[in-house]
Design a protein around this ligand. Sequence first.
Ligand code: FPP
Length: 251
Amino acid sequence: MAWFRKKTELQALDTERLPRHVAVIMDGNGRWAKRRMQPRALGHRAGVEAMRAIIRESSDLGIEALSFYAFSTENWSRPAGEVGALMGLLVEFFGREIDELHANRVCIRILGDVDGMPKPQRGLLIEAMERTRKNTGLKLNLAINYGSRAEIIHAVRALAARVEKGELEPTGIDETTFVETLYTAGLPEVDLLIRTSGELRLSNFLLYQCAYAELVFTDILWPDFNVAAYHGALAAYQGRERRFGGRSPSL
Ligand code: FPP
């Protein structure tokens, strides 16, 4: 079934100048729940609903790639109950959404150490990637058990192993070979990074890939980040002048 959404009043966007790759740090679920005197798990659940809306809108807009920071390698240190709730939400998400995502040609990729995930989640993540691998619509990337420094070390080791085997000369390691060894191989670099809840940090998310990303920070807590807020972030992006280290033609 095709996605259908009632168009509400949204900020006008130049469809020719949309970012190719949007990355999102979904922050503020805990505070959202606390304000309602609810357990943190409820905030994460509401966060998944916000994700669904942003996935649909990105797909409708024709954005090429969308990456969410869903679970960092540091998140294992949260209380067991909260980790358990997040693992449960992962199972629920894939169980509930996979058919619809697949029907809408969404291609799912997991960024992170899938092998280090508990068995039930690992199986679902691998199945979702395999099932949607050939889909030509939105590239939906979920960073799970992910840390950018670990990703970079992982890539360096993989390249060192190729050098050791004689497959690659050390001088053959350049930005192209390096980028193709990251979890994000084949994806465009991040154009727009959004972080919610007023925190002004990258928190070890896609550090290499965000080298020239435009950063949009908003005070909105993630569960309240809706399609209108998304359009606001995209409009802010379109208002920026991207120079990639060059000079502005107007200066
Ligand atoms: C940050 O909010 C959010 C997280 C650590 C987890 C985000 C995960 C989801 C929205 C759902 C899981 C994903 C899938 C694919 C089912 P926080 O808890 O740090 O908020 P706080 O800063 O207000 O405490």
